[in-house]
Write a protein that binds this ligand. Structure first.
Ligand SMILES: [Zn+2]
Ligand SMILES: [Zn+2]
Length: 437
């Protein structure tokens, strides 16, 4: 854990670059999540893109940010906004984001605070800092021009989750695009991101070296598995992240298996409500609304018990680390007709990872054997390797900076493919400063 001492533990240079643009990753360069990127021009105009944390065990935090007046938040995942309350309470930084991101941030920060208490990990901010941060939001709609210092800025849709933005910045002599987390493929909730001509492209490389299976094949496998389990009288527990994944899964079930009885639990319920208030940030608000009406929301203990007899339960946490999904698992585990479908990547140390490796999950402090059939499918909304390369080609920049990417398993593949195509590729490390003239 880094104990920040504002202005004293930052290694960010205290003078502007002589020319061009300086960028400096506080975190999230050679790692996935935990993002914070400072960029600054020769006039000393300085901004921070995202400031998150990774709620792993132990959690990871980015380096301390220098004094900052403007922070841009690309989207409302904790690995991009988790440290914003610290920024706001120490520097009174304005926060720029889309209206939906601003609304969801309150839920995400409150949940992060609650989880840090339960899990016993330290945070550098407290509940009052959430209120300070909420007052500092400056929201901007997609495709509307706004100014930050002397830069022209515009948010473009990033796909990924509703409200997620790519930031386009025009400085004195550069057109810069930061993708944030992005996907150029459509998902049930969002339309895929479109490329944008620029000369410096900062692009996330989570899936460097990996391609997603065809979406139709994944849905077919998902459907067949659920039908098999429900036909034998079982219930399928589907752990899913609250912000994006829960709604994508409910919409997929509604579209492909409308005859099923599906119950939804966890913070994904409140997030869906906020998403429906922002139809312009969704691919189709009607599709979300009808899927939502069709599913049953769990809101009491008796609802929870009823859900145990349903066909599918979609619930947080997505990696079986606490939340209602553990409550359900503890009851469903006794009947081997039941099954679990993991809907994405399971981080090392997470409950889902332990389930895959050891057939065990930590249930309220006890490592408990789980003899249920487990299936893992990817419903990722990050661009895969081929989509990333194609996106770079279509943006056609002079400089590509790959971030949010594992330095061993992901980045080298992107580096080599992009170099072959003639791009000037940079793969920065956390804590280093770079200048692009
Ligand atoms: Zn991320
Ligand atoms: Zn994200």
């Amino acid at each position: 854990m880094v104990f920040y001492s504002p202005g004293r533990t930052s290694n960010y240079p205290d003078y502007p670059p002589p020319q061009g643009i300086r960028y400096h990753f506080l975190g999230g360069a050679n790692e996935v999540g935990n993002v914070g990127c400072v960029f600054e021009d020769r006039f000393g105009n300085r901004s921070l893109l995202d400031y998150g944390l990774t709620p792993s065990d132990p959690p990871r935090y980015p380096n301390e940010s220098p004094r900052i007046k403007n922070t841009v938040v690309t989207h409302s995942h904790i690995d991009h906004i988790g440290m914003v309350p610290w920024l706001c309470s120490n520097y009174n930084s304005k926060i720029h984001g889309t209206p939906l991101t601003a609304k969801i941030s309150r839920l995400v920060w409150n949940d992060c605070y609650k989880v840090s208490r339960i899990e016993g990990y330290p945070l550098t901010w407290d509940k009052r800092d959430i209120d300070t941060s909420l007052d500092l939001w400056n929201t901007h709609k997609f495709n509307e021009k706004w100014e930050m210092e002397n830069w022209d800025c515009t948010f473009r849709k990033a796909g990924h989750i509703p409200g997620a933005a790519m930031l386009k910045v025009n400085t004195e002599n550069h057109k810069i695009l930061f993708t944030g987390d992005f996907d150029s493929r459509d998902s049930p909730l969002t339309k895929g991101a479109s490329p944008e001509k620029c000369d410096i492209l900062f692009i996330e490389g989570t899936y460097g070296g990996k391609n997603h299976p065809d979406k139709n094949d994944t849905i077919k496998e998902f459907k067949e598995h659920i039908v098999r389990v429900t036909d034998r009288g079982g219930t399928v527990l589907i752990p899913a992240f609250a912000n994006g994944r829960t709604q994508d899964i409910v919409m997929t079930l509604h579209k492909h298996l409308p005859e099923l009885d599906v119950h939804v639990d966890g913070m994904g319920k409140a997030i869906a409500k906020l998403q429906m208030e922002h139809p312009d940030e969704l691919r189709s608000v009607e599709d979300l609304e009808s899927a939502w009406k069709w599913s049953r929301r769990v809101s009491s203990k008796s609802d929870k018990r009823k859900a145990l007899d349903s066909d599918c339960i979609v619930s947080t946490s997505g990696m079986l680390d606490g939340g209602p999904s553990i409550w359900y698992l503890n009851r469903l585990r006794h009947d081997t007709r039941n099954s679990i479908v993991l809907t994405g990547y399971q981080a090392p140390g997470s409950g889902g990872n332990m389930l895959l490796d050891e057939k065990k999950v930590n249930i309220w402090g006890n490592k408990t054997r789980i003899d249920l059939e487990v299936k893992q499918l990817s419903f990722s909304t990050h661009a895969g390797h081929n989509e990333i390369v194609k996106f770079v080609e279509d943006c056609d920049p002079e400089n590509v900076v790959i971030y949010h990417s594992d330095p061993e398993t992901a980045r080298p593949h992107l580096d080599s493919d992009l170099l072959k195509l003639g791009f000037n590729v940079e793969s920065p490390m956390n804590g280093d400063s770079h200048i692009i003239d």
